[in-house]
Design a protein around this ligand. Sequence first.
Ligand SMILES: [Zn+2]
Length: 279
Amino acid sequence: MAKVSKSLEIPICKECSKLFDENEFYHISAGDYVPICKDCCESLVLSSAGELDINKLNDLLKRVNMAFYYDLWKELNILGKPYFGNYIKLLVEHKYSKRKYKDSDTIDNNKELEQTSSLLEKWGVSNVEDADFLEKEYHEWETSYEIDSKAMVDSVKQLCLIELDIRKARKKNDVQALDKLLRIKSQILGDANLKPVQETGNAANEQVSIGMLIKKFEQEEPIPEDTAPDWIDEMKVWIVGQLARMEGLQSDVTDDFNKELAKYGIDVDKELDEKLGDM
Ligand SMILES: [Zn+2]
């Protein structure tokens, strides 16, 4: 049997046993092919949701003894499908095609990879875009509600993950899934005591975060709005009061006018009584 590739002792795909055909296997360098067929390679790097999975890409590279580089993985996310085909192209372009798996970036020698890995692990997702969305979502909850117990943290995490699924179902226009997810979301919100209608109740307990306080101030506007200016009342008293007095009319306005006027006059009888009292 002809040896078609250094890594392909037996000319069949190591995954599906498909017979070697140079069009169906990725070419690495002269006489060297990836020992797993193109179709198998492409499906092996995908998550169950059909997205590029960093861990699965790493596993496949380990299996075929090729190097994993974090920067190439970042470029691959932009390039898109076919993922493994494009990854090999990047390896060739960067002259890394001869490198082995032992030369790979790892969480011990690459800070960015370490951060990405821990973020993906935290959320149990394979996609950095998803993880970023979840982080943002969690932060929004965190600034709007007091999340102070393990149970609350778990509930909010679940809500974030459900929100991500809702977003995906909406994109796919999957009405059935969307309906189910919205029900689950509502259930979690109820169980977690986080329903928006309960916001005012929570606020009344004064156990609110800074975010909630800001929201409360924005909604309730603690500084009272300016009512009609005082001078209107004052003019009414002086002008209408004076006219009413001239006409010999009696009303609340003339009472107010007399009261105001009294501030500037002297009550002779009262003054006299006080003087006599002192003597
Ligand atoms: Zn195959």
